[in-house]
Design a protein around this ligand. Structure first.
Ligand code: ATP
Length: 436
């Protein structure tokens, strides 16, 4: 019981830190908020971007077998008919007869009684999660499109284009980062269950005989990513998804679950999608989706391994993993122990006193050099040094540089480390190398 209370307190602390420090705001907040939408403020947007960049680096740029694509978020009905999402992308829904709140039936312990008002729950219905959009000026079946419920289809519909233009050899992957939309019945739990979110994922095309080998290869690679982005490994648990619970296209799925404050739930997924999607698109569109092996003179439709990474859930797990409270110099403080690679601000520069022009001038010079060499550098001359440190700690800035009177004499500055609070004097001319 105690643990549960602490976990819920942690959730509240994260949400309020995110709001207070401009990381995450409720979507359309001034109009009462739109459920299932969140907006990133300046530091949140930087953090989000850095997570994406790191993912791109890890899974695309540091490899030579994965190609990036960026596909449209609107796709015609035919795509979703072929993929099976028009009929199969559903959740069971129940509605309370009294307060009319809706719930996912599979997430209720008591399917008869409303958890909000205690009223009687109605019949279970099948609810499709795709968000329809009527395109053009005339609404009609022929113009029906959907905001994509998963980004994978953008890779499948471009499979032939990539074969024709890049001539890749198996195995190879198509990766993208982009928005997906789901008409979730009950969005909740901050960034965990929302109605629009970014996904980072790739389809890795292999010969059927090799699927187990590559499934295992990506399973291990996913763990390397988890460590690299700074998610606590001991809060991650693999779950072998039972056949009845797998998506309609999957023959094997492992969920990477995370211990959120509200329980152990999915963070990432790894699925063996077989040749299901390419075959379906070939049949529905009439397009040739085969790969031709020049050496063996064989033509076949490749099979697919799909590692999927929810971007919002990554942000959430990173924040939960990084959140720390301790005491420093007799004062309580909150800090985010973010990996420097993803921290929104890498270095903050302070003049010791803002009303001493000679200090401000020197600090501005140091700031200009760091800004050019490191980029994400912030200037702060507001309040006393202790307050400035605490502000930077809260957004996870790994290092702060202070220019003081000694700097004017000896041309050195103080670097202060976020996690230990330790301070070190470093010559200005060695500063960039030291910080990098
Ligand atoms: P869940 O069981 O939690 O609804 P799912 O099995 O439907 O998830 P997938 O279809 O496998 O999820 O989606 C791929 C990834 O997208 C998930 O691993 C998760 O990181 C992310 N994701 C899915 N739905 C949402 C959502 N509503 N809000 C935020 N992220 C989501």
């Amino acid at each position: 019981m105690k643990e549960k209370t602490e976990d819920h307190a942690l959730m509240d602390k994260i949400v309020s830190l995110c709001k207070r420090r401009g990381l995450v705001f409720q979507g359309s907040e001034i109009y009462g908020g739109l459920a299932g939408t969140w907006d990133y403020g300046p530091y949140g947007a930087e953090l989000a971007h850095n997570v994406e960049e790191l993912w791109r680096k890890h899974f695309i740029r540091e490899r030579d077998d994965v190609f990036a694509v960026q596909s449209a978020t609107l796709m015609p009905e035919a795509v979703w008919k072929a993929s099976g999402h028009l009929s199969g992308f559903t959740d069971p829904m129940v509605e309370c007869k009294k307060c009319h709140h809706r719930f996912r039936a599979d997430q209720l312990s008591d399917k008869k009684k409303c958890p909000d008002c205690g009223g009687e729950l109605g019949e279970e219905k099948v609810f499709n999660l795709l968000l329809p959009v009527a395109l053009g000026s005339v609404e009609g079946k022929s113009n029906m499109a959907y905001l994509r419920g998963e980004i994978a289809q953008g890779m499948f519909v471009n499979f032939k284009n990539i074969l024709d233009t890049m001539r890749p050899e198996l195995p190879f992957g198509l990766a993208q980062i982009g928005r997906a939309y789901r008409n979730e019945i009950a969005p909740r739990d901050f960034l965990f269950r929302v109605r629009e979110f970014d996904l980072m994922e790739f389809e890795y095309f292999v010969r059927e005989a090799d699927w187990q080998k590559y499934f295992e290869m990506w399973r291990i690679e996913m763990w390397r990513w988890i460590e690299r982005v700074g998610i606590e490994k001991d809060k991650i648990h693999e779950l072998e998804v039972a056949p009845a619970d797998r998506a309609h296209y999957s023959k094997r799925t492992i969920d990477f679950e995370f211990d959120y404050p509200f329980g152990r739930k999915e963070l990432y997924g790894l699925a063996y999608r077989t040749d299901y999607d390419l075959k379906k698109h070939s049949a529905e569109s009439g397009a040739e989706m085969s790969y031709f092996d020049e050496v063996k003179k064989e033509k076949f439709i490749p099979h697919v391994i799909e590692p999927t990474f929810g971007h919002g859930r990554t942000m959430f797990a990173v924040l939960l993993s990084a959140y720390r409270e301790d005491e420093m110099n007799g004062e309580k403080r909150v800090y985010l122990k973010l990996k420097p690679e993803i921290a929104p601000v890498k270095v903050a520069v302070f003049p010791l006193l803002k009303n001493k022009p000679e200090l401000v001038k020197k600090a501005r010079e140091v700031y200009a050099v760091l800004k050019k060499e490191i980029g994400a550098v912030e200037w702060d001359d507001n309040g006393n040094i202790g307050k400035r440190y605490r502000r930077q700690d809260e957004i996870g800035t790994p290092q702060c540089v202070t220019v003081d009177f000694e700097t004017l004499e000896k041309d050195d500055v103080t670097i202060r480390d976020r996690d230990s609070g330790e301070q070190e004097r470093v010559k200005v001319k060695e500063l960039v190398a030291k910080l990098k």
